[in-house]
Unconditional design. Structure first.
Length: 97
């Protein structure tokens, strides 16, 4: 069974709190991530990176057909902190406080 890994370019929860308390002052919240799919392949598993919703189903089918342990790295759009929450929305919200 494939396992998902969320490739998030920033620490979303921490970034949100920083944006709320100190808009625009967010040092240390975007450390970057390793290539999780490459790590999976290095250990003999099936590894793929998914960057768009329409890529997910075919990637899942390939992972299931591989017959190996599998990892699908799901890239998150930069600026998205949580479902329905973006850096811009938090900044707007903080400006009204």
């Amino acid at each position: 069974m494939p396992g998902p890994a969320r490739g998030e370019p920033q620490y979303g929860t921490i970034r949100r709190h920083r944006e709320q308390s100190c808009p625009g002052r967010v040092s240390g919240t975007a450390p970057g991530n390793p290539d999780f799919a490459a790590y999976a392949r290095a250990f003999g598993a099936h590894g793929e990176t998914v960057t768009a919703t329409e890529e997910f189903e075919p990637a899942l089918e390939r992972a299931l057909a591989s017959g190996k342990a599998a990892l699908l790295e799901l890239k998150v759009t930069e600026g998205r902190l949580a479902p329905g929450v973006t850096v811009s929305s938090v900044r707007k919200e903080s400006a009204h406080v």
